[in-house]
Design a protein around this ligand. Structure first.
Ligand code: MG
Length: 465
């Protein structure tokens, strides 16, 4: 009799005790889609004020979600900015910034060190399926590719779309809007294999967006993380026939509108597949507009500077978070950073933040879901391995200034810092240092505190073959 009584208990345990919690645990984890553009400026979207680039899908995403107006990258050029997003750490710590080479090149020897933990590795450990689509730029040799950095699969170009140039002595502007694809012999890769060279860049944006849509449809049973890093609107610019001439802003606007169209398809797919209520989508950019390319570079709206420098235009970018029914909709004026993506995603997925290293990223979950104050109150503006400026609350102090890429290249270490109140003066026009030296002292202390436990990583960008 004793044994018979045990049978139903055993069955109950099978049905409710063992299986159910595991299923519940999996479905609790939200999916993540991070859409990361290249050189798209703060002012390049309709929702951030561009008058002639039409981005209805991103505008709607911002209206339904949270639009951040003080959202920063940790470097104003591609490689270090991407390293920061992937690791949640200022690139100085991983060695993914350098004073000898600003980014990685096709003849670079190194890439993101294996000792770094990427957000993909952290999420994969939590049971996520992961894929990287688009531009990587954290090392093109096999050991540095996405498939060795936490991503189950990869489809994209390993570095910038203007590299491997075969321009035969022509200047970019000799061809204006119709530069031949073959002038940039960039490989398109699937996992670790080259599948197309040169990458057909006219259709690349469309193919990246479609790859994300296909991935969503075929991976909806388990939580997923999609890192979709468009290689445009970094020059050279290309669009598919469907978007050629679609924008009053010219080819640059056409490119953004094609990216926007892809965002619409991704959001639509999430809705159709019943995943919208369990998926957070983030849209942002790796650095500000490359203004030296004039109409082929973007706009940072009212912000000063551009790609490559530490004025606001170089490092403040659009930041849109969407998760219907979960994110508290609105405009968020608090500080946030791509550094925070690592910590926020790992935290939302129920994971632990690594304790064996310094993680600079902060958890934005309560700000996103409940509208609470952001935990971030400061941002350091590195150029290479040097801190050029720092922001604390509303105030930003510049210690060193320098232009970039052919625009006011001269480096100037300032005798007295420049100080701006960015809430009042986002264009950094009115230096208020003289009347606010105590604020500069506070920013000095912030930098000093950061330096105290800083161990710079070995330079991963300098060595070339
Ligand atoms: Mg870039």
């Amino acid at each position: 009799m004793k044994n018979l009584n045990l049978i139903p208990l055993f069955l109950l345990a099978m049905l409710f005790g063992c299986q159910q919690p595991e299923t519940a645990k999996t479905s609790d984890k939200p999916n993540f889609v991070v859409i990361f553009c290249d050189d798209l400026g703060y002012g390049d979207l309709g929702t951030y004020g561009h008058p002639t680039i039409l981005t209805p899908n991103l505008d709607q995403m911002a209206a339904e979600g949270q639009k951040w107006t003080n959202f920063y990258v940790a470097a104003s050029v591609c490689t270090p900015s991407r390293a920061a997003l992937m690791t949640g750490r200022y690139p100085i710590r991983s060695g993914m910034c350098s004073d000898k080479s600003r980014v990685l090149f096709p003849n670079s020897v190194n890439g993101l060190p294996q000792s770094e933990i990427t957000v993909a590795e952290a999420l994969r450990d939590l049971g996520y399926q992961t894929t990287a689509i688009g531009k990587w730029h954290l090392g093109h040799k096999e050991q540095y590719l996405p498939t060795n950095n936490g991503f189950d699969s990869y489809f994209g170009i390993p570095y910038s779309n203007d590299m491997d140039a075969q321009t035969e002595g022509h200047r970019y502007w000799d061809f204006a809007d119709s530069i031949p694809v073959r002038y940039y012999n960039v490989p398109l890769m699937k996992d670790t294999e080259i599948v197309e060279r040169p990458a057909e860049q006219h259709t690349i944006t469309k193919r990246y967006s479609q790859a994300a849509v296909d991935y969503i449809k075929s991976h909806k049973e388990e939580p997923f993380f999609i890192y979709l890093a468009h290689n445009l609107p970094h020059i050279p610019l290309f669009t598919s026939d469907d978007f050629a001439g679609s924008s009053l802003r010219g080819l640059y606007g056409d490119v953004i509108q094609e990216i926007d169209n892809g965002v619409g398809k991704i959001l639509q797919t999430l809705k159709e597949e019943g995943l919208a209520e369990n998926t957070m989508v983030i849209f942002t950019s790796d650095n500000g507009p490359w203004r030296v390319f004039r109409s082929h570079g973007g706009s940072a709206g009212l912000l000063r500077g551009g790609k490559g420098n530490t004025w606001e235009a170089g490092m403040r970018v659009p930041g849109i978070f969407w998760w219907p029914g979960k994110i508290k909709p609105g405009i968020q004026t608090d500080l946030g950073s791509t550094l925070d993506i690592f910590t926020t995603l790992v935290s939302m997925a129920g994971g632990e933040i690594p304790k064996d290293r310094i993680i600079d990223g902060l958890d934005l979950t309560e700000t996103l879901l409940q509208g609470k104050e952001s935990p971030r109150d400061n941002m350091l503006y590195y150029r290479g391995t040097e801190i050029f400026a720092a922001r604390l609350g509303d105030y930003k102090a510049h210690y060193t200034i320098q232009g970039s890429y052919g625009m006011w290249e001269e480096k100037e270490k300032l005798e007295t810092p420049l100080l701006f109140n960015l809430s009042v003066d986002p264009s950094e026009e009115w230096n208020i240092y003289e009347d606010n030296t105590e604020m500069v002292a506070k920013i000095d202390a912030l930098i000093e505190e950061h330096r105290q436990d800083l161990v710079p990583g070995a330079d991963m960008l300098a060595d070339r073959e």
